[in-house]
Ligand binder design. Structure first.
Ligand code: HEC
Ligand code: HEC
Ligand code: HEC
Ligand code: HEC
Ligand code: HEC
Ligand code: HEC
Ligand code: HEC
Ligand code: HEC
Ligand code: HEC
Ligand code: HEC
Length: 331
């Protein structure tokens, strides 16, 4: 059995043989582990319990033990452990288990184990700190202070490392999108609209645009801005253009919804009203919905500014033009 080295700070507490000091030291020690900067798992976890090894755990938890065998953690910890913490398998995440064995059932003894389900009651900060002992940095660089962290999500709200449910990423649902939809119902509706990014079709997923672990930009976007996010796939929209259309440079979402819309091409509103938000009575021609001969009841044919692609029957290069005569985006 591998007993972990008692931290030197703890030893200091014992030498001082002063119970009050010990409590103080432990509080100071445990607190940072519970916040943004988790220390390695050597401050006394689970009330100073010791590690018992996974064989003991599996003796009672046979089913979870079996399912766990197919996960990335089981492979890494069992076949190729890189350190003492990985060697203890189950207890690498749940913490040393000896106190849990004394009384696994009573609620008062829940503190003897780090649980990741809501009912168990382990504070969320302590749960995330546990995962972050190994997964800090990288994609989780900006986890502290991110919208998900500040809204008290635990890693286990999206991940279930106890079984291989998703092909990658140890998610709690079969796909990334389904994982996100469990909470983001509005987005589920958006992606079901008539015109939508092909997320449900599997061509891209939420994490192509968002990093759920936190970013430096607004709304968890992976790139620095909305437009940079879009350019990462729609590179031709980046330009440079001889003739630029100001709102395109400003923000793609001025006209498009990033997820889905009931209007063609994910447009926020239908053409020509989309254009007429900004262009009314343009100098070149009147850009109102009806011209003089086509007022309601005025007879005549329907205006070309309303039919089909509407304004774009003529202004086709709406994202910008490189034609010498493309100032009006007509070519
Ligand atoms: C003697 C049998 C026994 C052994 C050995 C045992 N457990 Fe448990 N464990 C239980 C029982 C019973 C419960 C259910 C308690 C409850 O639901 O209130 C439980 C609950 C749990 C939970 C549930 C937490 C949650 O979120 O609901 C975890 C995690 C857990 N044990 C991990 C371990 C680990 C890790 C080990 C090895 C160190 C281990 N157990 C060893 C009997 C055992
Ligand atoms: C990588 C971290 C990690 C490891 C390693 C791990 N667990 Fe878990 N365990 C979790 C998380 C997270 C949950 C919560 C899953 C959920 O949301 O349902 C959990 C839940 C559980 C539960 C309660 C819910 C259930 O699925 O029954 C038990 C019991 C349990 N683990 C036992 C074990 C045992 C036994 C092992 C070793 C064979 C083990 N765990 C290894 C992270 C881990
Ligand atoms: C003791 C260190 C350790 C702890 C604690 C730990 N992990 Fe891991 N985790 C690993 C290792 C090692 C891998 C395998 C990395 C690899 O294959 O590159 C891994 C892989 C993963 C993966 C990627 C799986 C894949 O298929 O690519 C996810 C997701 C993950 N861990 C989530 C968690 C969560 C959530 C927790 C807390 C419940 C947790 N880990 C706790 C060490 C740890
Ligand atoms: C809001 C949902 C969500 C939360 C909360 C979350 N993750 Fe993830 N995580 C994901 C998704 C989605 C992926 C990508 C999975 C894939 O690519 O298959 C991922 C990937 C990972 C990976 C594998 C890729 C990599 O970065 O190496 C690790 C490890 C990981 N998460 C750890 C964590 C840890 C630790 C926490 C808690 C601090 C956490 N995650 C919280 C959704 C989440
Ligand atoms: C094509 C890129 C892209 C994909 C794919 C994508 N998003 Fe977004 N998402 C965005 C952009 C851009 C915003 C708006 C950012 C802003 O307004 O600053 C956004 C905003 C959000 C918001 C904030 C509320 C809102 O609607 O403005 C949530 C929540 C969200 N997305 C969740 C999801 C989920 C869940 C998925 C996957 C099912 C997903 N997103 C897929 C680009 C994307
Ligand atoms: C357990 C519930 C839950 C899950 C699962 C979840 N989220 Fe969230 N998400 C939240 C909460 C709570 C907020 C913050 C409140 C809000 O803005 O609605 C949030 C906010 C967001 C935002 C907006 C951030 C901002 O700055 O406004 C985005 C984007 C987002 N989530 C993306 C995702 C993606 C992508 C996934 C899947 C990988 C995901 N979420 C999974 C609960 C969840
Ligand atoms: C990860 C790659 C990716 C990113 C990032 C991305 N898109 Fe897309 N987009 C696609 C794919 C794939 C399609 C579907 C193309 C197809 O089916 O031919 C698409 C389709 C579209 C369409 C509809 C085209 C049609 O014919 O109906 C619009 C509009 C669009 N994207 C706008 C945006 C905007 C705005 C952003 C930034 C918020 C963005 N895209 C970010 C991959 C991406
Ligand atoms: C002024 C409004 C407006 C802005 C801003 C805008 N678009 Fe569009 N976009 C449109 C319209 C209108 C269509 C439909 C074109 C058509 O029917 O030919 C379209 C179509 C698209 C298409 C599908 C057809 C194609 O041309 O490939 C993509 C992809 C697209 N836009 C991406 C973007 C991206 C990326 C941005 C930001 C850089 C952006 N749009 C900004 C109005 C706009
Ligand atoms: C958010 C406001 C906005 C929207 C929506 C918008 N535009 Fe523009 N548009 C502008 C601005 C600003 C200019 C630059 C005007 C200038 O330089 O004087 C411009 C320039 C133009 C020009 C070049 C004319 C000129 O004066 O240089 C044309 C043509 C044009 N837009 C057509 C359209 C069409 C067609 C749509 C709908 C698909 C549309 N616009 C949607 C703001 C908008
Ligand atoms: C039948 C073709 C056609 C349609 C349809 C059309 N336009 Fe035009 N538009 C033109 C032409 C040609 C010019 C250039 C006039 C000039 O250079 O004097 C122009 C010029 C413009 C200008 C620039 C005016 C200026 O300042 O010089 C704007 C803005 C504009 N159109 C917006 C729109 C909007 C908005 C719609 C849809 C409601 C629309 N157009 C529909 C042909 C069209």
């Amino acid at each position: 059995m591998s007993y972990f080295k008692t931290s030197s700070a703890l030893r200091f507490g014992v030498i001082a043989s002063c119970a009050a000091a010990l409590v103080l030291v432990t509080t100071i020690l445990v607190k940072p582990a519970v916040q943004a900067q988790p220390a390695p798992a050597n401050p006394p976890l689970n009330g100073g319990a010791v590690y018992v090894g996974e064989a003991v755990c599996i003796a009672c938890h046979a089913a979870p033990g079996k399912q766990f065998a197919h996960t990335a953690h089981a492979n890494a910890f069992r076949l190729n452990p890189k350190n003492e913490q990985e060697k203890v398998t189950c207890e690498a995440c749940h913490g040393p288990g000896s106190n849990h064995l004394k009384d696994p059932i009573s609620k008062e003894n829940h503190v003897s184990l780090i649980g990741f389900t809501k009912d168990w009651g382990t504070p969320i900060a302590q749960q995330t700190a546990m995962c972050l002992t190994c997964h800090q940095g990288g994609e989780r660089m900006f986890w502290p202070g991110s919208p998900h962290a500040t809204n008290d999500l635990s890693c286990s709200d999206c991940h279930n490392p106890m079984a291989k449910i998703s092909a990658t990423g140890l998610l709690k649902k079969a796909t990334i999108n389904e994982t996100c939809y469990t909470c983001h119902q509005q987005q589920r509706a958006d992606f079901a609209k008539r015109s939508h990014m092909p997320v449900n079709e599997g061509k891209l997923s939420c994490v192509d645009c968002h990093n759920p672990h936190g970013t430096t930009s607004k709304t968890l976007l992976k790139a620095d801005s909305v437009n940079e996010t879009c350019y990462s796939c729609h590179t031709e929209k980046r330009g440079p253009f001889l003739w630029e259309h100001a709102p395109v440079r400003d923000n793609c979402l001025t006209c498009h919804n990033a997820h889905g819309s009931n209007h063609d091409k994910l447009l926020n509103i239908a053409r020509p009203m989309l254009c007429q938000q900004c262009h009314t009575n343009a100098a070149g021609h009147q850009s109102n919905l009806y011209n003089a001969s086509q007022m309601i009841g005025g007879g005549g044919a329907v205006s070309s500014r309303v039919l089909g692609r509407s304004c774009q029957n003529c202004h086709s290069q709406i994202h910008g033009s490189n034609h010498p005569a493309g100032a009006r985006f007509q070519r």
